[in-house]
Design a protein around this ligand. Structure first.
Ligand code: PLP
Length: 458
């Protein structure tokens, strides 16, 4: 452990990183001026960097490390599988035990009536698969013109062409001429980001009814599906009011749209149920999954399909879609072992009954901070809104700068907390202990204090 630190080689690795490595979602010039942080080790909810600094990982990697770092069961599952059968495809009328086991394990915890899984390599590929499945479904039903999918502003569905198109991130659309044709967007159910003249419940209904207006604008005979994350993650942990999702479901049923619940973040217990759609009280037709499916130990994604939809898809002959790594044996072995841990350690129940409520209670103690306009969360998701004026909730000028500043202070304090514009967000591993939650909140307060001081507040 921490070999790099003792060799004092941080600069060496930073130089090589600059020379050869292009990072995702990164301003390369800015990073290269500063030098990247080299993460070397991890255990439980903690990371270590090459200077030997310990960081509490408030983001579970990228929302994925549900069971925590250093789980030997997952390492063993991968090792056993790679020794026996490191790769085989599932294309040409072949299958293998780990893909079958993983599919069964997923089906066992999936909502009622969703017993089929199509495997992919990531969440983005899962949403590309959704787009193709939805259009293939309507074509099979003799309605090929029903091909428009409606997503939401600031939704995140991945970074491939279809994923980024379904998502509603303006800066992503601006690079490369997205969205592709046949994708439309409505607003997000972001009450704090609204003028707050309505109650959250009224606002939730109004937001959901944007879907009906968009369907009528496009023509109900053209609209195929609606896609949304139960809680928008990368968009800033946007928790819709309780009225929102039931109204979305009602509208989807009224006009016959397929409902796609992107469970890439919310799945596997994050919100205190196995699936975010269950927390929100809706029954989707398709559920893209990834991230916590393997706790991030190996890449794997999938789409869980409602039985009736799978039956229609099956009438269409060959579905010309799939990936070399669909159902990768080692990834699937890790997924099955990971789901076993989540079940045996009752992590979903733990989030619902114990650590989720504890985390929410402690996080809300930050609400008294002069920099904080709102603290919200559900399960083990949290968001802290940074404001310039606590009384009027006025935002800072140069949106995003204060969030980045706070993120820097978090790193310095020993905490990984992510910034989305001026919203700080959290998504710790599901195994985080009460004492670690206390530490997280203490470190967050320290970072908020330092940020406020630098902004001339408090
Ligand atoms: C991360 C994410 C994706 C994309 O997953 P990748 O594995 O990064 O391709 C899709 N949907 C949601 C909700 C996500 O958070």
């Amino acid at each position: 452990m921490l070999q790099l630190a003792t060799n004092n080689e941080t600069g060496y690795w930073q130089d090589l990183d600059r020379a050869h490595h292009l990072h995702p979602f990164t301003d390369t010039a800015a990073l290269n001026r500063k030098g990247s942080r080299i993460i070397t080790d991890a255990k439980g909810v903690y990371l270590w960097d090459s200077d030997g600094q310990r960081l509490l990982d408030g983001m579970a990697g990228l929302w994925c490390v549900a069971v925590g770092y250093g789980r030997q069961e997952l390492v063993d599952a991968a090792t056993r599988q790679m020794t026996r059968l490191p790769f085989y495809n599932t294309f040409f009328q072949t299958s293998h035990v780990p893909a079958i086991e993983a599919a069964r394990a997923i089906a066992e915890v999936a909502p009622e009536g969703m017993r089929r899984v199509f495997f992919t390599g990531s969440g983005s590929e899962s949403n590309d698969t959704v787009l193709r499945m939805v259009r293939h479904y309507w074509a099979q039903r003799g309605l090929p013109h029903r091909n428009v999918i409606i997503g939401r502003v600031n939704g995140y569905h991945g970074s491939t062409v279809a994923g980024a198109s379904l998502g509603g991130m303006k800066p992503m659309h601006a690079q490369g001429g997205l969205p592709i044709p046949g994708v439309a967007h409505i607003g997000q159910p972001y009450w704090f980001g609204s003028d707050r003249s309505l109650t959250p419940e009224e606002f939730g209904l109004r937001s959901a009814r944007e879907l009906e207006a968009k369907i009528l604008e496009l023509g109900p005979d053209r609209v195929a599906a609606f896609i949304g994350e139960p809680v928008q993650g990368a968009g800033g942990v946007i928790i819709p009011p309780s009225t929102y999702w039931p109204e979305i479901q009602r509208i989807c049923r009224k006009y016959g749209l397929l409902l796609v619940s992107d469970e890439v973040i919310c799945g596997f217990g994050r919100t205190g149920s196995w699936w975010g759609c269950q927390t929100m009280g809706v029954a989707p037709d398709l559920m893209p999954i990834a991230k916590a499916l393997t706790s991030g130990y190996l890449p794997l994604g999938g789409v869980i399909v409602r039985d009736e939809i799978a039956e229609v898809l099956e009438t269409g002959g060959e579905f010309f879609h799939g990936f070399t790594y669909s159902g990768h044996p080692a990834s699937c072995a890790v997924a099955a072992a990971n789901i076993k841990i989540i079940k045996e350690e009752r992590l979903v129940e733990r989030v619902r009954d114990r650590i989720g409520p504890y985390f929410q209670e402690k996080l809300r103690t930050l609400g008294d901070h002069p920099l904080v306009g709102e603290v919200r969360g559900i399960g083990l998701l949290g968001a802290i809104e940074l404001v310039k004026d606590k009384a009027t909730l006025e935002r800072f000028p140069n949106e995003g700068e204060t969030g980045l500043l706070c993120r820097e202070h978090c790193f310095r304090s020993g905490l990984v907390m992510r910034a989305v514009r001026d919203t700080m967000i959290l998504s710790p591993p599901l195994v985080i202990s009460e004492a670690e939650v206390d530490e997280l909140v203490t470190l967050a307060r320290r970072a908020l204090d330092a940020t406020a001081k630098e902004r001339g507040l408090g």
